[in-house]
Design a protein around this ligand. Sequence first.
Ligand code: CA
Ligand code: CA
Length: 162
Amino acid sequence: MHVEEAVRVFVPPPNPTGTTYVSDLPFLSESNGWGPVERDGSNGEMNAGDGGAISIGGRTYAKGIGTHAPSEITVWLGGVCTQLQADVGIDDEVTQSGSAAFHVVGDGRPLADTGIIRSADGARTVGVDVSGVRTVTLRVTDGGDGKNFDHADWGDARVTCA
Ligand SMILES: [Ca+2]
Ligand SMILES: [Ca+2]
């Protein structure tokens, strides 16, 4: 009788190069408050791909990450990137104001926190120094008042890498 032992070894994906959209990178992990995290579209409802274009404050974004708080994705940067940029906010698809806070975490350390953003605030541009960071996590929390209507977008989320 042969017993195979499962050995989990972390094999990182290739390092990103140049300017790369986060939605084009593999997710090392992901979690989302309503259905799956969406790539290049808004969260919509419970099914994958059932949202629309990412839209914040009337501006649409062809690329980005559409989530529902509480949400989190982690991608591999490999220490070769310098900047992470995105326009964050509540997606226009909600029928009542959402409220959420956007956090960027590098190798487990907090790098940026927008504080609470509501629908009426439109998009906020965030630029975060990710020099030397191997894994970056984009996390959205519910703004302290529950997750209803918290369709939270990372519009044009991208990293600039060597
Ligand atoms: Ca969906
Ligand atoms: Ca909320």
